[in-house]
Design a protein around this ligand. Structure first.
Ligand SMILES: NC(=O)c1ccc[n+]([C@@H]2O[C@H](COP(=O)([O-])OP(=O)(O)OC[C@H]3O[C@@H](n4cnc5c(N)ncnc54)[C@H](O)[C@@H]3O)[C@@H](O)[C@H]2O)c1
Length: 384
């Protein structure tokens, strides 16, 4: 039997990811949709074949035919709905960021502990097929180190092993395009540092096996900033965000160096590595959407599909609903959580880990405002 679910907040992300993913799922049933705007709720019900629509979210949390809520409202509306759902025994998959304050997160955690009902946070990049392959290689490199020789080997001149040789150095580069943003982000006091960077802080923590110890951010919280997360073992992750880039160029690049292996994830479309001769140099992944306009694979398919969509736009033709996007793991993340609720596998992003990530985002916000580095406190690090 399919798991009965409801989506609350039927805006851009819900229509672009969760609603189509549930509508085509063999495991989850779209019983209800809810949006405070009636026409939006009605439209979503019609388009995705939901059993009913509601305009008051309490009609969902009070319902006895719903086992899972997928919460896609803006982050200003989280704790109230999540806690009410948990008290009614309904599991919640919530979009990121989990909440906007530490007190709201503490309340959600307390309610989760009290009720024992699971929550999963939509840090979905962890579940993209390319990211899982990238993580497999990082884990392998950490254990085995390079099996490919150095281009020039002067190891015999070195008498000691340096501590730095066991560190993990990571660059996460976000090529963002301000022209695509919704108006609310311009006025949002927390900006992209909270709203968007939680995805990448999550990856920074996931890719390091040491605890984060200090953070620093420089630039504007709205966009165009650099963040540094330092770890107990001396490892550093640098996150660079640019809002003056172009979305027809790949948005998300991660490059990790550890134990003389260099591994790169390029926009969830390609994973490349040098240092592990036992592994392929390059692995390509299919587009999540837009594949119908190209017969290329990997990054080439992303570029070509982008060109095709620009051409259609220039000629005033009708654009397909979606442009060229990689598979960023939304579908798999939600289904992994549904499987967990049925007793199969782990919760892909439990509350404790998301709270740690969101606390760090809030500390980075403090840092960008004060211009000072911030030492993380034990209460920031729930997941240790
Ligand atoms: N995981 C990802 O990759 C990703 C990508 C984009 C957005 N998001 C997140 O998804 C969330 C939604 O973003 P969006 O771009 O879809 O925003 P949006 O503004 O397009 O959609 C939000 C919807 O919530 C509805 N809503 C507001 N108050 C409501 C209430 N009281 N009850 C029911 N519905 C209500 C609005 O009417 C709107 O339709 C944000 O938290 C954002 O950070 C995640």
């Amino acid at each position: 039997m399919k798991m009965p679910a409801a989506v609350i907040g039927c805006g851009a992300l819900a229509n672009g990811a969760h609603l189509p993913n549930i509508a085509t799922s063999d495991e989850i049933e779209l019983c209800a949709v809810c949006d405070v705007r009636r026409e939006t709720a009605v439209q979503a019900q019609k388009e995705w074949g939901a059993g009913r629509h509601e305009t008051d979210w309490r009609a969902i949390t009070d319902a006895d035919d719903i086992d899972l809520i997928v919460l896609c409202t803006h982050s200003s509306l989280r704790g109230e709905i999540i806690c009410e759902a948990l008290r009614h025994g309904i599991a919640v998959y919530t979009e990121k960021p989990l909440a906007e304050s530490t007190s709201e997160m503490a309340e959600i955690l307390a309610t989760h502990k009290e009720t024992g009902v699971p929550v999963c946070v939509g840090h979905n990049r962890r579940s993209s097929p390319a990211m899982l392959e990238f993580k497999r290689l990082v884990d392998k490199a950490r254990v085995e180190g390079a099996d490919r020789g150095a281009i020039i080997d002067r190891l015999h001149e070195k008498k000691f092993k340096f501590d730095e040789e066991d560190q993990t150095q990571t660059l996460i580069r976000i090529n963002d395009d301000v022209r695509t943003w919704k108006a609310w982000i311009y006025d949002d006091k927390a900006g992209i540092i909270l709203q968007e960077m939680v995805h990448f802080i999550d990856l920074a923590l996931w890719l390091n096996d040491s605890a984060p110890s200090k953070v620093y951010a420089s630039g504007s919280n709205r966009g165009n900033f650099t963040e540094i997360i330092s770890f107990e073992d001396g490892s550093q992750t640098t996150l660079m965000h640019s809002m003056v880039g172009n979305f027809d160029y790949p948005k998300e690049l991660i490059e990790v160096g550890l134990r003389n292996v260099t591994i790169c994830l390029d926009h969830h479309m390609e994973v490349r590595q040098r240092g592990l001769d036992s592994e392929p140099f390059r692995t390509s992944f299919p587009l999540g959407s837009g594949a119908e306009v190209t017969d290329k694979i990997g990054l080439e398919s992303f570029y070509e599909a982008g060109d095709r969509f620009q051409e259609i736009r220039r000629q005033g033709g009708e654009l397909p609903a979606m442009s060229a996007f990689p598979e960023k793991g939304h579908n798999s993340h939600l289904h992994r959580f549904a499987a967990h609720l049925r007793g199969d596998g782990e919760n892909p992003c439990p509350l404790e880990s998301a709270i740690e990530v969101t606390n760090i985002a809030l500390r980075l916000l403090e840092s960008v405002r004060s211009g000072q580095p911030i030492k993380l406190q034990p209460e920031d690090l729930l997941d240790r």
